[in-house]
Write a protein that binds this ligand. Structure first.
Ligand SMILES: [Fe+2]
Ligand SMILES: [Fe+2]
Length: 211
C-alpha cells in the first residue's frame, strides 16, 4: 500500500498524487478541476508561509473535492458502504458527504495520517480545534484565485497576514450564506463558529463534552 505519512519520501507522494489526479480527471467537471488546481496553488503558498508540510497539503488539496460532482444517489450509497453514520441533513443534502467520503477513501487506500484525514473530512463545515492544515484547506477552498467575488479577495489578502482571522472569515461567510439562502446550518459549522467566538465547549454545554 502507498502510504501518506509525515516524512514519507517525495516519490511516494508523487505516486499518490498521480492516483488522485487520475480520479479527479475521471470524476470531476472541468470547472471543478480548475478549482482544485487553484486550491492546490493557494494552499501550497499558505503551507510555505505557515510551515505546514507541502506534501500533505497537496494530497489534501487534490483529494478534497474528488467526489464533489458525484450524484446524490452514488454519494449516499458510498456513505452506506463506508459505514458513515448519515445525519438527517446529509440525507437531505448528500453533497455534504463528499468531504467525509474523500477522507475515508484516503485512509483506506493510502493510510493517510490524522491531519490529512481530518482536514479533508471537515473541509465543508470546519470543526472546533481543526489543525493548521485543515484551516489552510478551508481558506484556500474559499479564496483560491478562481473565486472572484469580493469576500474571497478579502479572505485571500487576510490569509497572507493572519490565517486565524482568514479562517474565522470563512466560517462567518458559510454561516451567513446558509442563513441568507435558507439552507441548513450543519451542526459542526455552528459548533466551529461558537468555538471561534470563545468560551463555548463543543456541544455548547460546559462540562457535557470534553474540548
Ligand atoms: Fe468541497
Ligand atoms: Fe473545494
Amino acid at each position: 500500500m502507498l502510504k501518506a505519512r509525515s516524512g514519507e519520501n517525495l516519490e511516494n507522494t508523487e505516486k499518490i498524487l498521480n492516483v488522485l489526479k487520475e480520479k479527479v480527471h475521471r470524476y470531476c467537471t472541468p470547472l471543478r478541476l480548475n478549482h482544485i488546481k487553484g486550491v492546490s496553488k493557494l494552499s501550497r503558498e499558505l503551507a510555505r508561509q505557515y510551515l505546514v508540510d507541502i506534501q500533505e497539503t497537496d494530497i489534501a488539496a487534490w483529494a478534497h473535492d474528488m467526489f464533489r460532482d458525484v450524484s446524490s444517489e452514488k454519494l449516499l450509497s458510498m456513505a452506506r458502504d463506508y459505514g458513515i453514520n448519515i445525519s438527517d441533513i446529509e440525507e437531505k443534502k448528500p453533497i455534504l458527504l463528499h468531504g467525509k467520503l474523500a477522507a475515508i477513501y484516503l485512509k483506506k487506500h493510502f493510510d493517510v495520517d490524522d491531519e490529512i484525514f481530518e482536514a479533508v473530512y471537515w473541509h465543508i463545515t470546519g470543526y472546533p480545534g481543526l489543525s493548521i492544515l485543515g484551516k489552510i484547506l478551508m481558506v484556500a477552498d474559499m479564496a483560491e484565485e478562481g473565486r472572484s467575488f469580493e469576500s474571497a479577495r478579502i479572505i485571500r489578502t487576510i490569509a497572507k497576514k493572519d490565517l486565524e482571522e482568514a479562517f474565522k472569515n470563512v466560517i462567518r461567510l458559510k454561516v451567513k450564506w446558509a442563513v441568507e439562502s435558507g439552507l441548513f446550518i450543519p451542526v459542526e459549522l455552528a459548533m466551529t463558529w461558537n468555538y471561534l467566538l470563545g468560551g463555548v465547549s463543543l456541544g455548547g454545554n460546559k462540562g457535557s463534552q470534553k474540548e
